[in-house]
Design a binder for this molecule. Structure first.
Ligand SMILES: [Zn+2]
Length: 501
């Protein structure tokens, strides 16, 4: 039987992911010595994430019936983007004595070195893709893994001080002696079986202990403090406690020497740190803890059994929390509810600067009215943004640049391909290099267009939320508002919105 060379070309739906199938075939043909016995298989509009592609399946059938001598591709990833698929395919090729040639990477599995190199390249290609996806997450977690200060409110009992970890300047906690004493007292009181959170709160009230904002400690606030591992001197008992709860622990058991406090990162911002520890991440912090692990664990377990307090926190009374400011003085407006026996409850916005000396003259605003005005503005803004981006799609200078650059690249590649028949070694090397560079640029532009598409998607997601505004939770509302709005300044005369989009 006459064996033939199989040229396989593939391009995904979005053509910008590689050079055209015609150009790929051009390159492959250069590898063919005997021009007659060639069959070309082309999958247009198929991605490389699996091998469910008609032409590829046909190629496999031809291999299995023993008709194929070599498979030639322009780049390895034309065959498959999955290392696993690829390894299986190489097995099939070997079983049927089919050699494999990739023109771009200069691989020929007719040689043993080619075989080994091939696998290595595929593994690295896969790694690279995974690395890109993971990069953002890694930057965060590798920072936190080494006990770097990750921001956020400073827990009562500590202040920030400068330090250097692994040669990087960062911050760490250091105890404020008076506050640290209060913390120790709270833990000791609550660790005793008869004491309730209410008892601790009353005791602190009698001693006139105040939080930093000048108000007293509520039971809920005390509970939050008692379950925070930032205060514990972490030893093997604490390690076992968190392990048993299903938390990820970054440090090894040897590091739990009964000195360091610990940071707890929640995997999912929706779950409260106090509810379940499963999937949360514990990492030792550079500062010294304040209480023993026995005391800490005792308090923690008591808090968990205390259903009375474990109720969900009362929802914030406005989804404009943190955004709405007084147009007169710039202080935050806070929402207050007035309970009324004869009518429905009323919500008002009051200036938080009202009762300071020389305070603000702002009266009060009906919160429902303000909220609905802001909501309507959000709808309008989003609709405006959508039409604008639809119109701009074709005239947007960035989109235009992207498009014309892609066309330029294709023209240059075609011109280079035309030179192949007369090319000597040096010219061919130049052509290869240039096409590889152009191909790389094309991929980058493709990634850029995917990014642009994603922005469009998130706008669509937001408008989906707006459509069912009454049914979504207040924390979702706050998230949506945060995507759109920088701040809202409100007074009796005007409502001014600073947009993020
Ligand atoms: Zn004010």
């Amino acid at each position: 039987m006459n064996l033939f060379d199989a040229i396989y070309t593939r391009q995904s739906v979005n053509r910008a992911d590689s050079i055209s199938v015609e150009s790929q075939a051009e390159f492959c043909k250069r590898e063919v010595t005997d021009g007659k016995n060639v069959k070309t298989y082309t999958d247009k509009g198929y991605s490389g994430k699996n091998i469910d592609r008609p032409a590829f399946q046909e190629l496999l059938r031809d291999i299995e019936t023993g008709q194929v001598r070599r498979v030639i591709v322009y780049r390895l990833d034309r065959i498959s983007r999955s290392v696993l698929d690829f390894a299986n395919l190489i097995d099939v090729f070997q079983k049927h004595n089919v050699d494999f040639v990739s023109t771009m990477e200069k691989f020929d599995t007719a040689t043993p070195v080619g075989k080994a190199m091939l696998m290595i390249v595929m593994i690295f290609a896969q790694l690279e893709r995974e690395t890109i996806q993971q990069r953002v997450i890694d930057a965060y977690s590798s920072r936190s893994k080494r006990g770097f200060y990750m921001g956020g409110p400073i827990p009562y009992g500590f202040r920030l001080t400068d330090t250097v970890i692994d040669g990087v300047r960062t911050k760490m906690y250091e105890p404020i002696p008076e506050e640290a004493e209060v913390v120790r007292e709270m833990f000791e009181l609550y660790a005793s079986p008869q004491t309730s959170l209410g008892d601790v709160a009353r005791y602190m009230h009698q001693k006139q202990v105040k939080k930093r904002d000048g108000s007293g400690f509520s039971r809920g606030r005390i509970r939050d403090l008692l379950v925070n591992p930032v205060y514990v001197r972490a030893d093997y008992r604490l390690y076992e406690f968190f392990k048993a709860q299903g938390s990820n622990i970054i440090n090894t058991l040897e590091d739990f020497i009964g000195v360091n406090g610990a940071y707890l990162y929640s995997g999912n911002p929706e779950t409260r740190k106090t509810a379940s520890l499963e999937g949360h991440t514990l990492v030792l912090a550079p500062h010294e803890g304040l209480v023993s692990s026995d005391t800490w664990i005792q308090c923690r377990n008591k808090c968990l059994n205390n259903n009375q307090i474990a109720k969900p926190v009362k929802a914030r009374v406005t989804w404009l929390a943190g955004k709405i400011k007084c147009a007169k003085c710039g202080y935050a407006l806070s929402a207050k509810i007035y309970h009324c026996k004869t009518k429905a409850d009323n919500r008002y916005y009051l200036c938080s600067n009202k009762y300071n000396s020389g305070g603000c003259s702002f009266g009060s605003l009906n919160a429902d009215a303000v909220d609905s005005i802001v909501f309507e503005e959000m709808q309008k803004k989003l609709a405006e943004f959508q039409t604008l981006s639809r119109q701009q799609e074709e005239y947007n200078p960035r989109t235009l640049r992207l498009k014309s650059r892609l066309e330029e690249i294709d023209r240059e590649i075609t011109a280079l391909l035309e030179k192949i028949p007369q090319a000597n070694g040096a010219v061919m090397a130049y052509i290869n290099e240039r096409v590889a560079a152009l191909d790389a640029e094309k991929r980058e532009l493709y990634a850029e267009s995917v990014r642009q598409e994603k922005v469009g998607h998130s706008v669509q997601e937001i408008s989906g939320y707006l459509e069912q505004w009454e049914n979504i939770s207040i924390s979702d509302k706050i998230t949506v508002v945060d995507c759109l709005i920088q701040s809202v300044h409100a007074s009796e005369e005007k409502i001014e919105i600073q947009w993020k989009i």
